[in-house]
Structures are given as structure tokens and as C-alpha cells.
Design a protein around this ligand. Structure first.
Ligand SMILES: NC(=O)C1=CN([C@@H]2O[C@H](COP(=O)(O)OP(=O)(O)OC[C@H]3O[C@@H](n4cnc5c(N)ncnc54)[C@H](O)[C@@H]3O)[C@@H](O)[C@H]2O)C=CC1
Ligand SMILES: O=C(O)C1=N[C@H](C(=O)O)C[C@H](O)C1
Length: 272
């Protein structure tokens, strides 16, 4: 019998799902106990290892999240907003850790996670699970607090051509951090999707630009642009394993924690 925490991966066939499965099977601190895909997916009923083109892992892909979550200590979920909301409700019923990497959730959808956290799920959610980006949010907050509105803040993100949401979850985390540093609400100053005769830039706005192309894993710049100088804070991810390792860390960190909503700053001890 395996004494390490059992982990379920949702969206098992996805870019992050497969990366997570590889990282979990290589870890001696946890084991893969379930793999979930959406109903009708061609992998349902297959061994997840062979479906991925490798050796058998002894875990059959299922679309029954309730049953899968009943057998595990944590679920790691990089899927889509509506799927994540359904998984949060099931994680609450099972009383397990729900690590959420899914981005593109609206404010209303994020608010819908609260009942699950109240009812028994230990939710750890972040638009980016890497140490580097979470550190960058703290640096962004500090720099934004130190500079006045003569420094225009622009967030530029680049991702692969299959990404479906914009701005990225990371860009929004960085925008929130910059707004917090300035003591304003991001919703009041956010400038997204410029096109046509936009008028001149409003002082104090935080601008967002999204680039999509090829196989870019994820790149983020926070630019502070003033007359005569620019300060640029940059993070470049070159391997999705980075995000997967952060998610594994979160799944272990959440064991034994009280139900509630947490983020990667809690996991990494960077809050302050
Ligand atoms: N927080 C972080 O560090 C990171 C977050 N992401 C986010 O993770 C999400 C997934 O990204 P990718 O893996 O690139 O996308 P993907 O499209 O390759 O994978 C998504 C998977 O979710 C599955 N899925 C959708 N609905 C489902 C349902 N109801 N039940 C079970 N499975 C379902 C799909 O079939 C697919 O296999 C995106 O929101 C992305 O932005 C991606 C990388 C890092
Ligand atoms: O979809 C992706 O690929 C990524 N999504 C996350 C985001 O929206 O910021 C994290 C990372 O940049 C990769």
C-alpha cells in the first residue's frame, strides 16, 4: 500500500495535465491515483500512461470526478472555468485539497469558489504556480509603490497560439500587484484591448497587451515607462514543468490545512 498522498489530475490529456502526470509519477512524495477527462473524451476508459504514449500507469481515465475525488487526498486542476467550478463542489464534498491553475475565470466565477472553500475544500488557486512569477508580483508591488503616476505601467504577455484567454492569469496577477502598490483598484485603472482612435493614455492607467504565437510557454514584462527611462521587470518560462512542480508543492502544502482559499504566496511563504 502506498502511504504518500494520492493525487487526481483533471484535464489529464491537456498540455498541463500530461506534464502534471509526468511530474507526479517521478515524485516519491505523492502518487497518481486518478485521471479525469471530460465526458466523451477519447481517453476515457484507457490507461492514462498508454494514452500518453508511454508505459501503463495502472490508472484508468474516467469522467466520474465524484468517484475519483473520493479516492484521493488532492486534485490538481488545469482545465477550464466551468469545469473548475464543478470540480470545486466535488472537492468540497470529498474534503480534499483542490489546486486550481485554471485561468480565464471571471470575477463572478471566482466568487463562486467561496462556498466550496467554506464547505470543506482546501483551495489553492494561482494564475501562475512558479516561484519566479510569484516573487515578481512582490517586486512589482514594491516598484509600483515607490514610483508615482509619471511612470506608466504596461503589462505585456506572450503565449502559444492555443491559449484561449487574455490577458493571461499571470498578467492579471501582476496588474493586481501593481494596483495594490499604487493603492488603487485594478478594475478602476485597467486599460485592455486598445484599438482605433483611443485618445491619449490616461495617467495612472495600467495597460495590458497580449501576444499569441507559436509555442511560447509564457513570458511577462511589467514596464514602468517615464520620460527618459523605462524599468522592465521580466519573467520568462521556458518549460511547463515549472508550473507543474509548483502545483505539486501546493498539493502537499495543503494537506492538513483548514478549508479555505489560499494562493501560491501562502505556499511559498512570500506573503507580506
Ligand atoms: N496557473 C498556472 O501556473 C498555469 C495555468 N495554466 C492554465 O491551465 C489551463 C489549461 O491549460 P492547458 O493545459 O494549456 O490547456 P489544454 O487545452 O491543453 O488542456 C485543458 C484540458 O482540460 C480538459 N477539460 C475541459 N473541460 C473538462 C471537464 N469538464 N472535465 C475534465 N477535463 C476537462 C480538456 O479536455 C483538456 O484536456 C488554462 O486555463 C491555462 O491558462 C496553464 C499553465 C500554467
Ligand atoms: O495557458 C498557458 O499556457 C499559461 N497560462 C497561465 C496564465 O494564463 O498566465 C500561466 C502561464 O503563463 C502559461
Amino acid at each position: 500500500m502506498n502511504e504518500t498522498p494520492g493525487i487526481a489530475v483533471t484535464g489529464a490529456s491537456g498540455r498541463m495535465g500530461q506534464m502534471l502526470i509526468r511530474e507526479i509519477t517521478e515524485s516519491d512524495k505523492m502518487h497518481l491515483a486518478a485521471a479525469v477527462e471530460r465526458p466523451g473524451h477519447e481517453w476515457i476508459g484507457q490507461d492514462v500512461g498508454t494514452a500518453m504514449g508511454g508505459t501503463e500507469l495502472g490508472v484508468t481515465v474516467t469522467d466520474d470526478a465524484a468517484q475519483a475525488f473520493g479516492q484521493v487526498q488532492a486534485v490538481i486542476d488545469f482545465t477550464a472555468p466551468q469545469a473548475t467550478l464543478a470540480f470545486a463542489a466535488e472537492a468540497a464534498k470529498a474534503g480534499i485539497v483542490h489546486v486550481i491553475g485554471t485561468t480565464g475565470m471571471s470575477d463572478d466565477e471566482i466568487a463562486q469558489l467561496a462556498p466550496a472553500a467554506k464547505d470543506g475544500a482546501v483551495i489553492v488557486r494561482a494564475g501562475n504556480m512558479s516561484l519566479g512569477v510569484n516573487l515578481l508580483t512582490q517586486l512589482t508591488k514594491q516598484v509600483a509603490a515607490a514610483l508615482d503616476v509619471d511612470y506608466d505601467i504596461e503589462i505585456i504577455e506572450s503565449h502559444h497560439n492555443q491559449k484561449v484567454d487574455a490577458p493571461s492569469g499571470t498578467a492579471l496577477m501582476l496588474g493586481e500587484a501593481a494596483a495594490e502598490g499604487r493603492g488603487v483598484a485594478l478594475a478602476d485603472v485597467s486599460d485592455r484591448g486598445r484599438d482605433g482612435i483611443t485618445g491619449v493614455r490616461k495617467p495612472g492607467d495600467i495597460g495590458f497587451t497580449a501576444i499569441r504565437g507559436g509555442d511560447i510557454v509564457g513570458e511577462h514584462d511589467v514596464m514602468f515607462a517615464a520620460a527618459g527611462e523605462r524599468i522592465i521587470l521580466r519573467h520568462v518560462a521556458s518549460d511547463r514543468a515549472l508550473f507543474a512542480r509548483g502545483a505539486l508543492k501546493a498539493a502537499l502544502w495543503g494537506q492538513g490545512k483548514a478549508p479555505g482559499e489560499y494562493d501560491m504566496l501562502d505556499v511559498l511563504g512570500l506573503k507580506g
